[in-house]
Write a protein that binds this ligand. Structure first.
Ligand code: DGL
Length: 271
């Protein structure tokens, strides 16, 4: 009989950005095997409706269940904002999204009770970060700002380009005017812009990386449910995409610093 502890963790995102979460899992839970799915055929999620993203998320979890995952991590902020509450109700395995852990960390970190949240249009308009932050402390004021150009700038390897700095100044200025002291990087790609963002907001604003916080929550959930892997062997992670496995492998090399050659393309619409 397969022991549940040795089953993999399913992680998904609209693309490669969620590898920032997979990387934190690999660093903090090195014995856990990951099955990662990138919805490269249907990215971006950030400009799509809740119904569409929820439908995608259901197909992906159906696929991940065929891999017998013991838990699911929604690495995508937009999918977490639109699908976490539904998937958590529908599935009988633990589901961890990135929004709740990021929101809790922001509520803990702010001193002046003014928090900025940046993300895709979908994430910011969902106001889920604001809701979760204010559940922790109703006095905290939350200011959201969608930064839709950040994702393509990262995808085009322009994280340190002057164009990105110009856009960061434009996007972040209104939040600075609100005197925020904490800023949530509410999108998978934004930790890759950390230096640029920090240089614009200054050292007095603390940045919250939900990817990091999510893995701490994941570890706690697995511990509580007796699901932490006890394997001493180095896990062999599996990667799946809905399109263009080669591009995924190239991006994965940059983010994970790992050579990946086992990425498989699947027809996600059939799940
Ligand atoms: N992964 C998405 C997120 O974290 C960003 C990319 C997209 O729009 O699909 O919100």
């Amino acid at each position: 009989m397969v022991d549940n502890k040795s089953l993999p963790i399913g992680v998904f995102d609209s693309g490669v950005g969620g590898l920032t979460v997979a990387k934190e899992i690999m660093r903090n839970l090195p014995n856990e095997k990951i099955v990662y799915f990138a919805d490269s055929a249907r990215i971006p999620y950030g400009s799509k409706s809740k119904d569409t993203v929820l439908g995608f998320a259901r197909q992906i979890t159906n696929f991940l269940r065929t891999k017998e995952v013991k838990a699911i991590v929604i690495a995508c902020n937009t999918a977490s904002a639109f699908a976490f509450e539904e998937l958590e109700k529908e599935l009988d395995i633990p589901v961890v999204g990135v929004v709740l852990p990021g929101a809790r960390a922001a509520a803990r970190q702010t001193r002046n009770k003014k928090v900025g949240v940046i993300g895709t249009i979908g994430t910011v308009n969902s106001k889920l970060y604001a809701r979760f932050i204010q559940n922790e402390d109703s006095e905290i004021e939350v200011y959201g700002k969608a930064c839709p150009l950040f994702v393509p700038l990262v995808e085009e390897s322009m994280a340190t380009d002057s164009v990105t700095l110009t856009m960061a100044k434009r996007y972040l200025q209104p939040l600075m005017e609100m005197n925020i002291d904490t800023l949530v990087l509410g999108c998978t790609h934004y930790p890759l812009l950390k230096e640029t963002i920090q240089s614009v907001v200054g050292e007095n604003v603390s940045l919250v990386n939900p990817a990091y916080e999510t893995v701490l929550v994941l570890k706690k959930v697995l511990e509580e449910q007796g699901l932490l892997s006890e394997s001493k062997e180095k896990p062999f992670h599996e990667f799946y995409v809905s399109d263009a496995p080669e591009s995924f492998n190239e991006a994965a090399k940059l983010i994970l610093d790992l050579e990946i050659d086992n990425t498989k393309k699947i027809n996600i619409e059939s799940y």
